[in-house]
Design a protein around this ligand. Structure first.
Ligand code: SAM
Length: 248
């Protein structure tokens, strides 16, 4: 997977690219990440990438010429990439969208700054994505979020030690409760089943844990989910327990 990042602050990505799974994925050739400095495509002595908004008002707007030239440059380097404008006005970034993007060969991110980008660059944009209903000062953290979430879905990126299959949201469920050593912490132990070595019982416990956590923390995720017979049985068991509790 080829990632291109168009930004006026490419050095922001240095640390992000130099650690953990992202660094490993780069080293093993699973991903290639190319930050491109938009300023390199700006004309004039000062290489200006922004200007005052027509009509007045606060802040600056990113000029269209450097942006479109940087996009053309990135498209040449990543010919099968789609160009994504990062914007609070884009479609919401979710795990299903991460899975959709992971099927692509290349993603080119346009990171806005200031009050955003000149409207006329939309002719050069294939998609517009938001990482949440809040406003960041720039698209760079959003690009990192998407690159991170997409990379962990690529084959072999997690190196076999971890798995994205049971991650939260992968089946409209949150992930089950996790424990590691020590066996007792602040007087609290761990569920016996996790020490039983019985894989079927552990899988069953984990499914139950996933379902109940989702029900308690994010019931909206269960709306429209096609429940298996096993999942229905778990939820019925818990409903019965709650009914008994209420009726005393
Ligand atoms: N004035 C713009 C608006 O209200 O829609 C917000 C501009 S914001 C201060 C500057 C840049 O940060 C945007 O151009 C975009 O690239 C990025 N950004 C801000 N919030 C974002 C979000 N929720 N998701 C993705 N990118 C975001």
């Amino acid at each position: 997977m080829n990632f291109g990042i168009l930004t006026i602050f490419p050095e922001i990505f240095d640390s992000f690219l130099a650690h953990g799974i992202i660094r490993r994925a780069i080293e093993s050739g699973i991903i290639r990440v190319t930050p491109v400095n938009i300023r390199d495509f700006a004309g004039g002595k000062h290489r200006t990438t922004d200007d005052r908004p027509y009509g007045g008002g606060a802040g600056m707007v990113m000029k269209p010429e450097p942006l479109t030239e940087a996009i053309a440059h990135a498209r040449k380097r990543i010919p099968d990439g789609i160009v994504i404008l990062l914007s609070p006005q884009g479609r919401p970034f979710t795990q299903p969208l991460a899975q959709e993007l992971a099927l692509r060969n290349g993603l080119i991110f346009v990171c806005g700054r200031y009050e955003g980008v000149d409207e006329r660059i939309y002719a050069h944009i294939d998609d517009e994505i938001s990482v949440g209903d809040y406003v960041l000062t720039g698209g760079e953290p959003a690009a990192m979020v998407i690159i991170d979430a997409v990379t962990r879905l690529l084959p072999d990126a997690l190196g076999g030690a971890d798995s994205a299959e049971s991650d939260s949201f992968s089946d409209q469920l949150l992930e089950f409760a996790q424990y590691t050593r020590p066996p007792v912490f602040e007087g609290e132990g761990i569920p016996d089943v996790l020490l039983s070595g019985n894989h079927a019982d552990i899988a069953s416990w984990r499914l139950e844990s996933s379902l109940i956590r989702t029900l308690l923390k994010r019931p909206d995720l269960l709306e429209g989910k096609k429940l298996s017979d096993r999942e229905k049985a778990v939820l019925k068991k818990w409903c019965r327990a709650v009914e008994q509790l209420i009726s005393g």
